[in-house]
Ligand binder design. Sequence first.
Ligand code: 5RP
Length: 228
Amino acid sequence: MDRDELKKMSAEAALEQIKDGMIIGMGSGSTVIHLINLVVQRIKNEGMDIMAVPTSYDTAQWCISSGIRLTTLDEHPSLDLAVDGADEVDPNLNLIKGGGAALTREKIVGSAAKLLVILVDESKLVKNLGEKAPLPLEILPFAITPVIRRLQGFGEPVLRLSKKKLGPIVTDNGNLIVDLHNPKIMNYSEMEIQLNNIPGVIENGLFIEMADLVYVGSEKGVNILTKL
Ligand code: 5RP
């Protein structure tokens, strides 16, 4: 099975968390798209009624074109549930996120939810965060050069470049993304505070003690990880 099929399996299993009438934080990325497609089937087949707070332009467009009603954190500051993907998951359900550059809104939406459910394929599981994926940070463009200098003390910072447009990618918030390769992470919570204390850093992709459940699609089936 390829990774995308495993992602779809995790989304199918996590569908059990979505109940009629819920206000849901909708994460970003290819795994969440699978979930959106499945939710749409339930809306059509069962008349289920939900509303979503999207974490990115991309997710908002998928919801709109699929017929999922959108709402905002201004209207619903407390969400029943948030569902999202991740780039890495450690055994304590700590995460690295931001592969799709949506980390800031994802963190805000995830923290506004009563339950944060993460969907991944088994390749995302790691012993220690930073093992496979770089740690993304969202940076105010005005501060990019001094921030990159400061980040050199934490790993190897690389400005994320666009694939189809010349120059750096620009987030949905009008900022830049720096990927910190080989991050020197000793203590997750301390690192999170230190990174966010650098003036110009909007947010970092460490999601510590936020996830409640992780659905892991694997060759053997879907494993549900819960907080220890
Ligand atoms: C976007 C994210 C995504 O959830 C993460 O990159 C996983 O993406 P995918 O589901 O496509 O593997 O954090 O900012």
